[in-house]
Every structure is written in C-alpha cells, then in structure tokens.
Design a protein around this ligand. Sequence first.
Ligand code: HEC
Ligand code: HEC
Length: 344
Amino acid sequence: MRRVLFDLIEKMGLSRLILFSLLLVVLLFVVMQIPYKTSRPGTFSLVPREKPGPWQAPDTSSIPKTAEGDLVRYGRKLIAKTADYLGPRGKVSHVANAMNCQNCHIDAGAKLYGNNFSGVASLYPMFRPRSGKVESIEFRINDCLMRSMNGQPIDSTSLEMRAIVAYLKWIGKDVPKGTKPIGSGTVELPYVLMRAADTLTGKIVYAGKCQTCHGKKGEGIMFADSGSFVYPPLWGPQSYNTGAGLYRLGRFAAYVKYTMPLGATYENSHLTYEEAWDVAAFVNSQPRPHKVFSQDWPDLKKKAFDYPYGPYADKFSEKQHKYGPFGPILMARDSANKKGNAGK
Ligand code: HEC
Ligand code: HEC
C-alpha cells in the first residue's frame, strides 16, 4: 500500500495528488446524491426503491387513464360501495349482504392499521393455515364474501373479481414482493388478558362508546331508501357470520383498538386493551348468521387459539377458546411445539 502511494507521489507530485483526491471526494459526493433525484423511468438508482417508514397508499389521482386504470377504479368502487353492486339490491348481482368491504377495510384498504391491503399484492399467493392451502388473491376475496359478507363466492374470471384484484395489485404496487409492510392487515394485539374477556363489562363499553352509531341491537343504521348502511351492523341477520375473521375475539379486539369509535388511529386509540377485548366478547356473544366451514384448520396444531369451534389439539373447551383466558392455551401450545420440535 505504502509503495503504491510513494510511486504515485513520485509520478504525480504531492500537490497534484492532493488535488486529485479532492476531486475524487467531490465526485463521490455528487454520485451519492443521484439516487435521491432519479425516480425517472430508465434511470439507475443506487438505493432500494421503497421508502423507509410506514406504508402510504399511492394517490388515487395517479391511477392511469387507460383501460387497466378503469379496471382499478371500478375495483375501488366495488370495495368502497360493495352493496350498490353486489348487495341485496345490487345492480350487478345479489351475492353479498348490505355491507361494504370498506366497512372493515377502512378508506378502501388504504388506512394504516385499518385492516389495509398493503400486503396483498406482495404476499399472495400465500399459504394460510385456515384453509391449509396456498391461496390466490381471488380465493381470499371470496373468503371475505362468504364469511365477512355472509354471501356467495364470485367467479374468478368475472369483471368484478378482475377489477377488485386489479385494485389490490395497484394499491400494493410499491411494496417489494415477499415483504409485509408495518401496520398491514389487522395486526395482533401485544397482550391477551390474564382473565377471560367479560361480556358484561363489554356491554357497558358498547353502550358508552359504540351504540350511538351501531344501534341498541347492533343493527346499524341504513340510508333511507337504499340497500346500504351509514353505520354497519355488528350483529343480527345483516352482519358477518360465525366463519368470519371478526368472529374471533383477537381479530375483533385488534380491529377496533385502532379504528373504533370511528376516527381512532394507531397513535390515537380510544379503547384500552381491556375495553377492546371485553367489547369484542359482548358483540360476539350476540346472535348472528351461523355458518361453520368444516374444512377449516385441517392441521389442528395450527388452529387459531381463539377459534370458537372444536375439535382442538388441546384439552381446553370451546368456551375458553372463545372468551379466554387465552394465556394457558398459548402456553400449552408453546410447550407442545417445543416437544414436537425436540427431535428435529
Ligand atoms: C366484516 C368485516 C369484513 C368485510 C365486510 C370484508 N372483510 Fe376482508 N377481511 C376482514 C378481516 C378481519 C380480515 C383479516 C383476517 C385475518 O387477519 O385473519 C380480512 C382480510 C382480507 C384480505 C386479506 C388481507 C391480507 O393482508 O392478508 C383480503 C384480500 C380481503 N379481506 C378482501 C376483502 C374484500 C374484497 C371484501 C369485500 C368483498 C372484504 N374483504 C370484506 C374483514 C372483512
Ligand atoms: C361515530 C360512529 C361510530 C362509533 C361511535 C363506532 N363506530 Fe364502528 N363503525 C362506524 C362506521 C361508519 C363503520 C364503517 C367504516 C367505513 O365504512 O368507513 C364502522 C365499522 C365497524 C366495524 C366493522 C364493520 C362491521 O359492521 O362489522 C366494527 C367491528 C365496529 N365498527 C365496531 C365498533 C365498536 C366496537 C365501537 C365502540 C367501541 C364502534 N364501532 C364505535 C362508525 C362508528
């Protein structure tokens, strides 16, 4: 190294070498600025394309004015105003209840921690333990139609399905394949209660913080003269059925913790963890359409801890799997997993 340096000094002279090094530093500095300025197509970026920090949905005004863009826009409408197209008075078909996808995927799935769609395009097709299969996006959408919207699946080649898929791909287009953005979907809550969730306390939470919009009987409020809701129902014949994700206490609690009462966010939650679990218990103790999907959870060891229908790989009752206490269930599962892995 030293030899090389001496040779250089000999050939160039010290002052020229210093000048040369300075130039090199300036050049390096300039090159390092390039990635911040080159978002133009056809240019080369030295840093990965994704922005650090939380996901942000692309701006809807950037949807291209092409046939593909039209499909994306139609998909967005189907998600925001599902009932107008697929509900009991829908203009396309009557495959779903009167709810909108957006009732549970806030802002058409654009809201951070609002059960958003940021990870759909990047993660699907994906293996899910509920079905025990690798699921396509179409399969997953039909799951929500049959469970959360208590309806029927739609054909995967139909215009409506293609439009919804196009929208989901558009909204997740900037997320690198195989990655799951922070705050995507419904996140797990960091705690389970030490006790069972309590329907009586939950009823008090409901009366104080939910009832004005969702109604005394959880029936919601409909627009006059239309087949859709201003405030969607939380139980009763128009609500999600017993096969839906929200019927599991953990999913419900996690969803409402960061979204309800309407306007709540991750940073500004209006419910304590206890309130979220208890109101989940109260709402899910009320009557709703009963639909059991007997093919669900083919591997009992992977069955969700809060899925309220047996059989189970453990000895806990359906009641405990519904309301908790979940701690003992999770601990038993943990030690069973350790034993199962011991030989590997
Ligand atoms: C009653 C509430 C509800 C309604 C209505 C609903 N969904 Fe969902 N959806 C959920 C919940 C909850 C999850 C997450 C389940 C989980 O975490 O296991 C979910 C998950 C999804 C996913 C997978 C997201 C991911 O990140 O893995 C897609 C795609 C989806 N829904 C599409 C739709 C579409 C399209 C509609 C309308 C046709 C719809 N959903 C209506 C509650 C709902
Ligand atoms: C100010 C009115 C308002 C209050 C108060 C409110 N919600 Fe909601 N809630 C809504 C609206 C509106 C939606 C649908 C969101 C959308 O379409 O953008 C919704 C959606 C929901 C959903 C998903 C859709 C469904 O019907 O299953 C659940 C679950 C829910 N709310 C639970 C609660 C709970 C629990 C509380 C009390 C802690 C609560 N909400 C308080 C207005 C409200």
